[in-house]
Design a protein around this ligand. Structure first.
Ligand code: AHR
Length: 660
């Protein structure tokens, strides 16, 4: 009897094992054949001043409306708690705005009349507060003219919401002509919502301008530089390019409000402040205090590209305002200044220091060229008006700079009439690289992993310039950066990588958002005034960009690429410098799947590493509280003969790395 039971048990085990074997996915990688070179630009970043990404974000200035230039209310961001406009005599004091005569960049300054120096306070609220850190030092700067009276000192204090003083300094502002004063403050406490309070010793009238506060500890320690924690997150992505300054911000709601790079270089105090186009874009997310100081301007973008080891990719207005807004057009006969801006930008970036724009770069401290290779003409334009304008730009740029690679646009959708028309026309014009945008739900990303397999290999190259999976039915904001969205992007990106002969640049968008002042979600990075974290989508991007390899390999199942069969997606590359084989595998099923990969054509060392990104729940997110909740985990891996056998976790993204 026992004998029969044992036989039955063995039978069951064998049947199960066989069933398991039958379900196994047998893949094959050919290591001997490089299908295409992976461009160093394959994975890059898209920066736009949306969601307080520049002022209030990357640019570490802590004072909002530092030069009293906000157009609707030049005192926006400044509070005078003890000031009463209606009773000037009993009033402790009052600030009013004065215009400079004949000024082009910085139009206004602030005149403060102090009647009672024990009562008058001028407070700046920062960008939804100011994040200060215990023991950190801050550089204070102010330009002042002591007009009349007995004013001796300007007292500067960091305060919390109860007006407790968290740091203090003063400057002896006695000069009767404009003079710049600097001082330092050290914070005694960490406070995410600090403000700065300015008071005066003495009474009378004093004029103020360019009131500024920066942490000393910035990226690379640059004075008045960028927020270190945020740049570090960008740096860790090892991006192949940095696209700037957008996005729709390039175009402007009207042509007058387009991004004009020439107004963003030279001394910061001369850069003309402009209302941000996202300020009132969404009625349910109004940010009336959103302006562009351009402290982060084109020089700084080029410098950042250099710091990150990324190719700079500036995108310029082509004489068309945003077609979702006014759609205002620069008439063809008035296009010259726009084209000239593009030519001058190339000179600014690459020209010798004795050219007019090369000299501007030199005067800003960068005699060496920035080695610009790419330039974008227009952002998300569509229709015949765009093609007409693109032709003029392309002709002028190529005539003067034949090697410059031009990025053109295909509109806001990845399909439809405008998209088709744009592609057809640009193809006829032998455009270099066409930018495509897609903000779609996760299913679209899963369904489109084979999108580029059928693209014409003799036409323009592709820049997947703005994309992000937008999950449905989740709370707006950081909740949109959930594992479901990131997993679908990981799956889709195998398709980008598998088509690396055609797709030469890719970037998730938008890049970052201030948790208290965002207009658009999801975003790759979230920050507040103190902290920042990479979303799980960021982790996916990083896994790709730090494992991009140099050469594309074929990975197949039954001779076909994996584009969603059994919920599986895959791509493979090798890195000929590091002599590594890198296989990316995405399992979008809610059950584990077994995969056996036959490695052909080259010998591979039997020991390697497996890096896994997964989470139990598709709605899981990273957050300020748990910034690394979903992050990659690496472990050792061993081949079985010439085969890599993996059990892919449910809903997971795995990278297998082996030495060749
Ligand atoms: O990334 C946000 C916006 O989406 C960009 O500004 C624009 O190009 C696109 O419509």
């Amino acid at each position: 009897m026992k004998w029969i039971f044992e036989k039955i048990l063995v039978f069951i085990v064998v049947v199960n094992a066989f069933a398991g074997f039958a379900q196994q996915n047998n893949l094959e990688v050919d290591l001997s054949k490089s299908v295409a070179k992976i461009q160093p630009t394959m994975y890059g970043i898209f920066f736009e001043d949306i969601n307080f990404a520049a002022d209030g974000g990357l640019y570490a200035e802590m004072i909002k409306n530092r030069s009293f230039e906000f157009t609707v209310n030049p005192l926006m961001g400044w509070i005078q708690p003890n000031s009463n406009r209606h009773s000037l005599n009993t009033n402790s004091g009052i600030a009013t705005i004065i215009k400079y005569a004949n000024s082009s960049g910085n139009h206004n300054y602030c005149r403060v009349k102090i009647n009672n120096d024990k009562g008058y306070e001028l407070i700046n609220e920062g960008f939804r507060g100011m994040g200060i850190k215990k023991d950190a030092t801050y550089n204070f700067y102010i330009s002042a003219l002591n007009k009349s009276g007995s004013i001796k000192n300007i007292i500067v204090q960091l305060i919390d919401k109860n007006k407790n003083v968290l740091g203090e300094t003063k400057v002896a502002a006695t000069s009767p002509v404009w003079k710049d004063y600097t001082a330092q403050l050290t914070a005694i406490k960490t406070e995410a919502n600090a403000q700065i309070k300015i008071t005066f010793e003495g009474t009378g009238e004093i004029d103020l301008d360019m009131v500024s506060l920066f942490p000393v500890d910035t990226w690379k320690g640059r004075k008045n530089g960028l927020r270190k924690d945020i740049v570090q997150l960008l740096y860790d992505l090892k991006p192949g390019f940095l696209r700037f300054p957008g996005g729709c911000i390039v175009e402007g709601r009207t042509l007058a409000r387009r991004y004009q790079w020439k107004k963003t270089v030279g001394p910061v105090e001369n850069r003309e402040v402009l209302v941000n186009r996202w300020n009132t874009e969404f009625a349910h997310k109004l940010t009336p205090d959103y302006y562009q100081s351009f402290g982060l301007g084109f020089f700084e973008y080029f410098q950042l590209s250099e710091d990150l080891g990324a190719e700079p990719l500036p995108i310029l207005s082509c004489g068309m305002a945003c077609q979702f807004n006014s759609g205002e057009l620069a008439p063809m006969e008035e296009l010259d200044p726009y084209v000239q801006d593009a030519l001058d930008l190339i000179e600014f970036a690459n020209g010798s220091t004795d050219t007019p724009w090369g000299k501007v770069r030199n005067d800003m401290g960068h005699p060496k060229p920035f080695n610009l290779k790419y330039i974008g003409v227009g952002n998300e334009q569509w229709g015949a008006d765009y093609i007409e304008r693109y032709k003029v730009f392309a002709k002028a740029i190529k005539a003067k700079y034949p090697d410059m690679i031009i990025v053109s646009g295909s509109g806001p959708s990845p399909d439809g009439d405008y998209f088709q028309y744009g592609w057809e026309e640009l193809k006829k014009l032998h455009a270099d690289i066409i930018d495509e945008h897609y903000y779609k739900d996760p299913k679209w990303f899963l369904d489109n992993a084979a999108r580029y397999d059928s693209y014409d290999r003799n036409g323009p190259k592709v820049f997947a310039g703005e994309y992000a999976a937008h999950p449905r039915g989740v709370k707006d904001g950081p909740q949109e950066n959930n594992w479901q969205a990131a997993l679908s992007e990981a799956a889709f990106m195998t398709g980008l990588e598998r088509n690396a002969d055609l797709v030469v640049m890719t970037s998730y968008a938008p890049l970052m958002a201030h948790i208290d002042a965002f207009q658009w979600a999801p975003d790759l990075i979230w920050f507040n005034n103190i902290d920042s974290y990479g979303t799980v989508n960021y982790q996916v991007q990083k896994m790709y960009s730090t494992n991009k390899g140099t050469d594309l390999l074929l990975i197949t199942k039954e001779g076909k690429p994996l584009t969603g069969q059994e919920g599986l997606y895959a791509s493979a590359v090798k890195d000929i410098n590091k002599r590594e084989l890198i296989i990316k595998l995405v399992n979008t099923k809610s059950s584990a799947q077994s995969v056996s990969i036959d490695l052909k054509g080259r010998k591979v060392k039997s020991k390697g590493t497996k890096t896994l990104l997964t989470s139990d729940n598709l709605v899981d997110v990273n957050s300020f509280e748990s910034p690394n909740k979903i992050s990659p985990v690496s472990s050792g891996f061993k081949l079985r003969g010439k085969k890599a056998i993996l059990n892919l976790e449910p809903n997971s993204f795995t990278i297998l790395k082996l030495s060749i």
